[in-house]
Ligand binder design. Structure first.
Ligand code: AMP
Length: 573
C-alpha cells in the first residue's frame, strides 16, 4: 500500500464529519490493504506506533520538527516559526512550505506504508546521547521523500497530534464493512479488541484468519480493557437494578491487572501502562503463585495487617516518594486486594459468570500480599447499606455491588459492577473531567501562577468536549505548584480542537489530565457548554478538586449524559 494513497484518504476523512462517511472511506482503504500491512495502517490511523501499553513514544518536540522542516524545505527556521504562529498547526505549515520548497529532493522515491511505519519506529526507538539530532535527521529524510500532503500527516504524527477524528469504534465498523459490506462482524471485532487492547493485532488476525475472531481468547501480556463500574446513588436503586448481589469493599488504591506466564510477570495500570517496576514486592508475591499462566485484577494499597489499617491512594503513592521504592516495600508493603480473575492456565474466563470466577479465585488467594477483596452476599437494600457503612468505618470509600451472573465486561460499563461512594460534604456524587485550560493566580495566589482549572466532560453524540466547571478550590499549596508545573508543559496556543467552549482560561492545555471534582449541585449556566440548550449548559456549583486521577484516561471521563442523569436525580430528591 502506497502511503500517498493513505494521505489522500486522510485528507478526504478530514473534510467529513459524519461517522458513516468516514467508515465508508476507511473500509474502501482497508479493502485495498494486504494482511501484511493492515496492522501498521491501523496504528498509523490511530496516531500510534504500537498499542499504548508497549510504551513506544515518538517523543519529538516542536522545535525538533521545525528544524527538520527547515532542513527539508530550505527556508530559515524563523520563517517556519512565523508561519506556524499564524497557522497554529505544524502539519499545515510543512505542507505549505513543502509545496513551495526552495530545494527539491534529488532522491524522492514513493513510500509504502511499511517504509513510513518503520521509519517512524526508527525515530521513536532512537535514544541516548545525541538522539535528538539523529531523530531530526531521520525525520528530514522521511520528509524529503514525501509529497506535501504526506508531510502534513507525518509531522502531525511525530508530534502526537494526528487527530483525524476517527475513533476506534469507526475503525472497528470499517473493518467489518471491508469484509462483509455491513456491520455484522462489529461485535466480535469489538470484543476481540477489548480483550487484547491492540487494534492492529486484531485487524491482522481478522485479515489472516477471519474465523479466529469469533473465538478470540484472552492471552497473557496483552492486557484487557478494564471493566468499568456504573454509579448509582442509593442501596435501594442498586438492589432494584440487580437484585441479590455480592457486595465488596471499594478500596481507594491503584488498580493493577497482573499477568504471569512461568517466571515472567507484568502489571498494567488502569490506563494499561506497564507498572511492574514500581512494585517489586508484588512481583515476588506473584512469582509464588502455582498457576503457570494467570491474569487477575486487584487494587493495590498500603495496608497494615496488624492494625487492619488501610492507607489511601495518596498515602500509598507518597510512601514511595518519601521512603524510596526499596524502603517503602519493606516498611509499608503493598497488598493487592484481588477482585477478579480473567484467565487461568489456558482458559479464558471472561465469559464465565462472576460468581464462578470468584470461586476459582478463592482456591488461589489469599497468598502472602495477595489478599482477596472482602465480600458478602446481600439480598436487601438494608444489608447493602450495612456493608456500605462498614466500609466507611474502615476508612474506605464505599462499596462495589456485583452482579453474580455477569461475565467480565472488558472495556464496558454494564451494571455488572455498581459503585456506591461516600459523599464529600454536600456533594453526593463526584465527576471525572478532563482539564482543558488553567487560570493564573490572582490576589493572594499570584505567586503560584495558578488560580484554577477549566474542566470538560464528553458529549458522546456530538463527539465533543464541553466545559462543565471552573474549579477554583480544593488545592493545597503543594498541589497548586505541582499542577501548574504539569500543565505548563502541555500549554497550547489554541483550545483543543474537539472542545466547545464559551469561557476562556488564561492558558489552554492539551486534554491529557483527568481530575475528580466534588460539587454541591448541578445548575444551568450561560457560561458552560455541557449539554447546552437554549444558551445554557449544565455546570457544577461550588466545584472543588478532590484529586488528580492519573490512573484514568480521557476515554473514561464522565459523559454529558451522565451529568444530565445526575442533574435529574438531584431534582427528584
Ligand atoms: P471509580 O474509579 O470511582 O470509577 O471506581 C472504579 C474503581 O474502583 C476500579 O477501577 C477499581 O480500581 C476500584 N476498586 C476498588 N475496589 C474494587 C473492587 N472490590 N472491585 C472492583 N473495583 C474496585
Amino acid at each position: 500500500m502506497n502511503f500517498r494513497a493513505v494521505a489522500e484518504v486522510f485528507l478526504e476523512i478530514e473534510k467529513r464529519s459524519g461517522r458513516l462517511e468516514m467508515t465508508d472511506i476507511l473500509a474502501e482503504l482497508f479493502k485495498k490493504t494486504s494482511a501484511s500491512d493492515i496492522d501498521k495502517l491501523i496504528y498509523l490511523t490511530q496516531g500510534i506506533l504500537a498499542p499504548p501499553y508497549e510504551g513506544i513514544d515518538l517523543g519529538m518536540g516542536e522545535q525538533f520538527a521545525i528544524r527538520a522542516i527547515a532542513a527539508v524545505s530550505g527556508y530559515p527556521k524563523e520563517q517556519i516559526e512565523n508561519h506556524y504562529k499564524k497557522s497554529g498547526d505544524l502539519g499545515l505549515t510543512v505542507e505549505e512550505v513543502m509545496s513551495k520548497r526552495k530545494q527539491q529532493s534529488l532522491s524522492s522515491a514513493e513510500m509504502d506504508v511499511n517504509f513510513v511505519y518503520k521509519s517512524l519506529l526508527k525515530i521513536a526507538k532512537t535514544g541516548g546521547a545525541g538522539s535528538q539530532d539523529l531523530k531530526v535527521k531521520y525525520l528530514t529524510e522521511l520528509l524529503n521523500n514525501s509529497s506535501p500532503a504526506e508531510a502534513r500527516f507525518i509531522v502531525r504524527f511525530v508530534l502526537g497530534r494526528l487527530r483525524l477524528g476517527v475513533g476506534d469504534p469507526t475503525i472497528l465498523d470499517a473493518l467489518s464493512f471491508s469484509k462483509t459490506g455491513d456491520k455484522s462482524l462489529r461485535a466480535e471485532l469489538e470484543r476481540a479488541y477489548n480483550v487484547c487492547s491492540d487494534l492492529g493485532y486484531v485487524a491482522k488476525i481478522f485479515f489472516e484468519f477471519p474465523d479466529k475472531i469469533s473465538k478470540f481468547s484472552v492471552q497473557p501480556f496483552k492486557p484487557l480493557q478494564p471493566a468499568l463500574a456504573e454509579r448509582l446513588s442509593t442501596p435501594e436503586v442498586i438492589i432494584e437494578k440487580i437484585g441479590e448481589c455480592a457486595c465488596e469493599f471499594k478500596f481507594d488504591g491503584f488498580r493493577l491487572q497482573i499477568h504471569k506466564r512461568g517466571s515472567e510477570v507484568e502489571f498494567y495500570s488502569r490506563k494499561l501502562e506497564k507498572m511492574t517496576h514500581m512494585f517489586p514486592e508484588v512481583v515476588e508475591a506473584v512469582s509464588k503463585l502455582k498457576a503457570k499462566e494467570i491474569i487477575f485484577e486487584g487494587e493495590a494499597l498500603a495496608y497494615n495487617e496488624k492494625e487492619n489499617k488501610y492507607y489511601s491512594f495518596q498515602q500509598t503513592i507518597q510512601r514511595k516518594r518519601k521512603h524510596g521504592v526499596d524502603k517503602a516495600s519493606k516498611e509499608l508493603p503493598l497488598n493487592v486486594f484481588c477482585f477478579d480473575i480473567l484467565y487461568l492456565d489456558g482458559k479464558d474466563l471472561t465469559e464465565t459468570p462472576y460468581n464462578e470466577r470468584r470461586k476459582r479465585m478463592e482456591k488461589i488467594f489469599p497468598l502472602g500480599l495477595l489478599k482477596l477483596s472482602n465480600r458478602k452476599l446481600v439480598k436487601t437494600a438494608k444489608e447493602l447499606d450495612m456493608q456500605f457503612k462498614e466500609s466507611l468505618k474502615e476508612g474506605l470509600e464505599g462499596i462495589m455491588a456485583k452482579d453474580l451472573n455477569a461475565p467480565y465486561t472488558a472495556g464496558k460499563r454494564k451494571f455488572a459492577w455498581i459503585k456506591l461512594k461516600k459523599s464529600y460534604g454536600k456533594s453526593v456524587d463526584t465527576i471525572d473531567a478532563i482539564i482543558v485550560g488553567y487560570y493564573l493566580g490572582r490576589g493572594a495566589r499570584a505567586e503560584f501562577e495558578f488560580g484554577g482549572l477549566l474542566a470538560a466532560v464528553y458529549n458522546e453524540d456530538k463527539r465533543k468536549l464541553e466545559t462543565v466547571a471552573r474549579i477554583g478550590s480544593g488545592y493545597s499549596e503543594d498541589e497548586m505548584r505541582s499542577i501548574q508545573e504539569m500543565l505548563e508543559k502541555i500549554k497550547t496556543e489554541s483550545p483543543p480542537s474537539s472542545l466547545d467552549y464559551k469561557m476562556e482560561p488564561d492558558f489552554w492545555v492539551e486534554p491529557k489530565y483527568v481530575v475528580e471534582i466534588a460539587f454541591d449541585e448541578i445548575t444551568l449556566s450561560p457560561t458552560h457548554t455541557c449539554g447546552e440548550r437554549d444558551g445554557r449548559g449544565y455546570a457544577l456549583r461550588f466545584p472543588r478538586m478532590l484529586k488528580m486521577r492519573s490512573d484514568k484516561s480521557i476515554n473514561e471521563i464522565t459523559t454529558v449524559e451522565e451529568v444530565i442523569i445526575l442533574f435529574e436525580r438531584q431534582n427528584q430528591h
